[in-house]
Design a protein around this ligand. Structure first.
Ligand SMILES: N[C@@H](CCC[C@H](N)C(=O)O)C(=O)O
Length: 276
């Protein structure tokens, strides 16, 4: 089977994007792991699959696979690339599209010049939404780790996030603590582990150890989760610039019950064809 694809990235969080509308695509987890291998395959953090919508009124279905082969619910940087991809490939002429994901509908809008804005939906904070094992809902939780407790906020952006405050992201123990949080028994479906440094009420620095992909140069849903946790804790204003290692995005959130709006770049690196 020959598969056409685009290699894209959002702030260095990189993707193989496949048109599953005009091509018949069925990939086993081991094929995704091989394609995602940076030495033996194409290399990516996530594989994004564009499919026809299942429900009337929606434009597409958006499926996301981490490079460990597992299918997940959401990807924010990918959603911006998705919006650019369907326009560039002529799959739609609309700039704002309604896209089905494994956890509800999101609305990406391609603004042109490599910029996209996405209504990422309403964040959820109940432990069962992630899921996270806790007796009751709280703003922060003590998470026992081998080196002692760490304090986390939790949020679901469709996918699960645990966010901790650090003094300096450059010296935060992301590689050591990230995997322990990712696979912590309190998160039965594992979790994305965010490390947030508050610069001021409108700016944070962020690193994310992603579930199923390791630390990436940026994580869009991680940025949304960090900002909403920071706003709920009274540390941030409603509009925040997030500095990731791969660049900046802007996250806006008006508070409980409102959707999170993410604005940032989407880049196509090259297009290719691979024999599977
Ligand atoms: N890079 C993404 C998130 C991808 C999925 C995540 N690793 C998970 O397992 O939930 C983003 O930009 O949001």
């Amino acid at each position: 089977m020959k598969l056409k694809f685009s290699k894209m990235h959002g702030l260095g969080n990189d993707f193989m994007v496949i048109d599953g509308v005009r091509q018949a695509v069925s990939l086993a987890p081991e094929q995704i792991r091989l394609l995602g291998n940076r030495q033996l395959g194409i290399g990516f953090d996530q594989l994004l699959l564009v499919e026809p919508a299942r429900e009337p009124g929606h434009d597409f279905r958006y499926r996301i696979f981490n490079n460990d082969g597992g299918e997940v619910e959401q990807c924010g940087n990918g959603a911006r690339c998705f919006a650019k991809f369907v326009r560039d490939q002529g799959l739609t002429g609309k700039s704002r599209i309604e896209v089905e994901t494994a956890r509800g509908v999101i609305s990406p809008e391609y603004l042109g010049d490599g910029l996209a804005r996405v209504d990422m939906g309403v964040p959820r904070f109940k432990p069962a939404d992630l899921p996270f094992l806790a007796d009751a809902e709280a703003l922060t939780y003590a998470l026992p780790l081998s080196g002692g407790d760490c304090e986390i906020g939790i949020a679901s952006m469709g996918n699960p996030h645990a966010v901790q405050l650090v003094d300096d992201v450059d010296t935060a123990p992301v590689a050591e603590v990230g995997p322990e949080i990712e696979s912590h028994p309190s998160f039965p479906q594992r979790v994305n582990a965010g490390f947030m440094q508050i610069v001021n009420r409108g700016e944070i620095r962020l690193r994310v150890y992603e579930r199923g992909a390791g630390e990436t140069l940026a994580c869009g849903t991680g940025a949304c989760a960090a900002v909403v946790c920071g706003i709920r804790q009274g540390l941030l204003d409603a509009r925040v610039t997030v500095h990731a290692r791969g660049g900046d995005i802007v996250i806006e959130w008006a508070g409980e019950g409102s959707p999170v709006i993410m604005t940032g770049p989407a880049v196509t690196v090259f297009q290719g064809e691979i024999e599977l």
